[in-house]
Design a protein around this ligand. Structure first.
Ligand SMILES: Nc1ncnc2c1ncn2[C@@H]1O[C@H](COP(=O)(O)OP(=O)(O)O)[C@@H](O)[C@H]1O
Ligand SMILES: [Mg+2]
Length: 260
């Protein structure tokens, strides 16, 4: 079978902050309908890499292709125009507002007289939430009253409402208990079924193995390894994260010298 066109290809990305090489010659490929777990310990460059994809930081070098087309992403607006949406760990919800107002926050529907069109926003919110969580029916309470998993669903719904094709999730299960984590797993499965591509940063190896199709490991700003989760076990992954040593015993460029 021919390989599908990747949703995202980041090629040889570089980013430095003064003398700190946060990302160096880094590649990342993401396919439609998959979850790619992005791993590496603190300071590995994960956040910097996804901030380049989401337009929060301009890159110093390298190329980004979206569905095979060169995408000159320099700002968050550029990224959104390419269908890339980011869900940060804090979810950035307005706690005192209900679900529809959160989904449309900053992009409200108005009537032709300029008033908020509450009915249209509620209707659209019901439609988009159904795609994620068919049982959800709490459209009037402030989102502060929702569970962690439901709040995650609202944050995801907001990205879908604006035609996200690529969703970046930073630690989606970090603050959640097992039941809520299961809810997020269901949300992610529904997104995959729609062909949406997801990059997920996570420290929880259990969730990574549970939710990811493939993983990419970074260390010191560089690419260590990319492959199917089925090809590796947790020890393999820890060796890659901590030592930069791949399952075949080789090391990523620029890493061996530091360990010896
Ligand atoms: N805005 C910034 N200014 C200066 N240095 C930064 C900035 N953001 C990240 N760094 C540095 O870049 C490196 C990679 O950081 P980061 O991308 O946050 O890693 P991770 O998300 O994997 O923990 C670290 O050395 C960090 O201190
Ligand atoms: Mg980070």
């Amino acid at each position: 079978m021919p390989e599908p066109t990747p949703a995202v290809e980041m090629r040889s990305i570089f980013k430095h902050f003064g003398g700190v090489h946060a990302v160096e010659d880094m590649d990342l490929t993401l396919y439609p309908g998959e979850v790619l777990g992005l791993l590496g310990h603190n300071g590995a460059g994960k956040s910097t890499l996804i901030k380049i994809l989401s337009g929060a930081y301009p890159r110093d070098g390298g190329e980004i292709l979206i569905e095979g087309k060169s995408a000159d992403i320099q700002t968050p607006r550029d990224a959104k125009a390419w269908g890339i949406e980011t869900i940060y760990q804090n979810l950035a919800l307005a706690d005192n507002l209900a679900t529809p107002a959160n989904i449309f926050f900053g992009r409200e529907i108005t009537t032709r007289f300029g008033a908020l069109d509450e009915a249209a926003m509620e209707h659209a919110s019901i439609r988009v939430m159904k795609r994620l969580n068919p049982n959800f029916d709490n459209f009037h309470d402030a989102v502060s009253n929702l569970s962690g998993g439901q709040r995650q669903a609202v944050a995801i719904a907001r990205t879908l409402q604006f035609n996200a094709k690529i969703i970046i999730m930073d630690e989606p299960t970090a603050a959640l208990g097992p039941h809520e984590t299961q809810m997020v797993a269901d949300l992610i499965r529904n997104l995959k079924a729609e062909g949406i591509a997801i990059v997920m940063i996570s420290h929880d190896l259990h969730d990574v193995f549970d939710l990811s199709d493939r993983i990419t490991v970074m260390k010191n700003g560089r690419h260590v390894w990319t492959g199917d989760v089925d090809q590796v076990d947790k020890d393999d992954v820890l060796q890659m994260i901590i030592l930069g040593r791949r399952p075949d015993g080789s090391y990523a460029p620029g890493i061996l010298s530091e360990n010896t």
